[in-house]
Design a protein. Structure first.
Length: 143
């Protein structure tokens, strides 16, 4: 028996968490992303299949993507730093929603590897993983 594709596993996980998703092919997922995210407006499953990879932004201004960004300078200067205070989440786990989901970062990748996978860093983490903790954590520690 063959295993499920990653997009099918995500659909099954979502359904188990009470949010059914109905996609018949990963192209439908890419179409939704392109429709809802302006920086991916020009990306399609067919384009990814043809080109192999497309670096965002990919839209009317850059129909084949933007392989090199920030040439000659950054769009908003060297950066913008803003002090923000910690705000605890109101979300809690329970029988209906047993997990809190969050994205994470690993040392060898920046922005889920969109740029750093093209470097030798991929020897440390050559694939994406989904980590699920079986521990139920309490409130965050304050120091």
């Amino acid at each position: 028996m063959a295993g499920l594709a990653e997009w099918e596993v995500i659909m099954k996980l979502s359904e188990a968490l009470g949010y059914p998703m109905h996609y018949n092919h990963p192209s439908e997922i890419m179409d939704e992303i392109a429709r809802l995210t302006p920086t991916f407006a020009g990306v399609s499953y067919a384009k990814l299949d043809e080109l192999g990879s497309v670096q965002w932004p990919c839209n009317e201004k850059a129909p084949e993507g933007t392989p090199v960004m920030h040439i000659g300078g950054f769009a908003r200067g060297k950066g913008k730093f803003v002090l923000t205070e910690y705000v605890p989440t109101d979300e809690r786990t329970g029988p209906r929603f047993p997990l809190l989901l969050t994205t994470g970062r690993i040392l060898s990748q920046y922005n889920v590897g969109a740029q750093t996978r093209r470097t030798a860093n991929n020897v440390w983490h050559d694939e994406d993983i989904l980590e699920i903790s079986s521990a139920r954590c309490g409130e965050p520690r304050r120091q």
